[in-house]
Design a protein around this ligand. Structure first.
Ligand code: 5GP
Ligand code: MN
Length: 341
């Protein structure tokens, strides 16, 4: 089910909250992806057009390939400007929480987000924590950007979505739907994409920036990941890739460089589950992707302090890379038995 474009009591409440010019902050999750950046900057653009004062505050810097998203120069990142970031949230009257389901997803901003009085959640992840005064949660929506489009439309403000805002929102549709190929993509998604295209989005350049603008280093790292760091477990229909900190350093890589590697593993014929592990300075980051009904968010919630969606979820571990992968492999057979194909 997708979010209705007709007004609902929630939409009416949001319209009331926005009836007079407000000081607004928008926050999204740690390691922001295309949907986090696109929904935050797209909503900010629309709210500014409607006369509000808006600051986008992100916990840390998104990968550089997303810098094309309009508004990337105007946002504040906590890791670079912690005082500024905290202050913008402390001073706002209304805090929009986009594309995350739990307050511990905002990294160093958690305290100040918890303390903020008036929160509006717009999100599509499973099991949202009950922390917002007004919550729009639709776990069937393919992207938070799609929900933002629907909510703005339902408030009667579709007319202010111009090319810049549309480019932001289109970015999240593309990244979270895997370029409109994941099962979360619906006819409604395509209609929203068409509406955004009608507002002037240069779709060739958006897709190009996301898919076809790799550094040589990133491609070499992908080569290493697939060529030497990938293990296929045919009996479990599982593929595992693990990259060490040394692997990352060898190619001068940044965290965003490994975005999407896990999907290459899942694309191997017959695979039900793909697991990607990368050693970061402070933790081992885990990304799981699955096909069919295999709920990887549940697995990560239970074992690796994570969550997300049924077929795409993330988590972390404070053990070494080897110990993390070993623990994953110990827990895996039971999980697969609980969810036979
Ligand atoms: P990725 O593997 O690309 O980092 O994340 C896949 C999905 O899971 C995204 O929707 C992301 O927001 C979510 N996710 C990633 N890491 C975590 C985590 O540690 N906790 C929760 N709850 N969700 C996560
Ligand atoms: Mn999302």
């Amino acid at each position: 089910m997708s979010f209705p474009s007709a007004p609902t009591p929630q939409v009416d409440r949001l319209r009331d909250l926005l009836a007079t010019p407000r000081r607004i902050a928008i926050v999204s999750h740690y390691n922001p992806d295309g949907d986090a950046v696109g929904s935050s900057q797209g909503l900010a653009h629309v709210l500014r057009q409607l006369g509000h004062t808006v600051h986008v505050v992100l916990p840390n810097r998104p990968p550089a390939f997303l810098d094309f998203v309009p508004g990337s120069n105007d946002r504040i990142t906590f890791d670079k400007d912690p005082d500024d970031a905290r202050q913008r949230i402390q001073e706002c009257e209304l805090l929009f929480c986009l594309d995350f389901n739990r307050q511990d997803r905002v990294g160093g901003l958690e305290r100040v987000v918890r303390d903020a009085p008036s929160k509006v959640l717009i999100d599509h992840h499973q099991d949202p924590e009950d922390f917002a005064e007004l919550a729009f949660s639709d776990t069937y929506a393919c992207a938070t950007c799609q929900m933002v489009f629907d909510i703005i439309s339902a408030m009667g403000h579709a007319g202010v979505i111009d090319r810049e805002a549309a480019t932001c929102l289109y970015t999240g549709l593309v990244t979270d739907s895997g370029s409109f190929r994941f099962p979360s993509t619906t006819p409604h998604t395509m209609r929203v994409a068409a509406a955004l295209m009608e507002r002037g989005v240069d779709i060739a350049s958006v897709h190009g920036a996301i898919m076809d603008d790799n550094s040589e280093d990133r491609m070499r790292l992908l080569g290493l990941a697939l060529g030497e760091r990938m293990r296929v477990l045919p009996d479990l229909r599982t593929v595992i890739i693990g990259l060490s900190g040394q692997d990352m350093a060898r190619h001068g890589s940044t965290p965003g460089d490994t975005e999407g590697f896990v999907n290459h593993a899942l694309s191997i014929r017959g695979t039900r589950l793909a697991a990607f592990f990368v050693e970061r300075p402070d933790m081992v980051k885990i990304s799981l992707r699955s096909k069919g009904d295999l709920p990887v968010d549940r697995f990560l919630k239970e074992h690796f302090n994570g969550g997300g969606h049924r077929n795409a979820a993330g988590g972390q571990s404070n053990e070494t890379l080897e110990a993390t992968i070993a623990r994953f492999e110990r827990e895996l057979p039971k999980f697969l038995q609980q969810h036979p194909a």
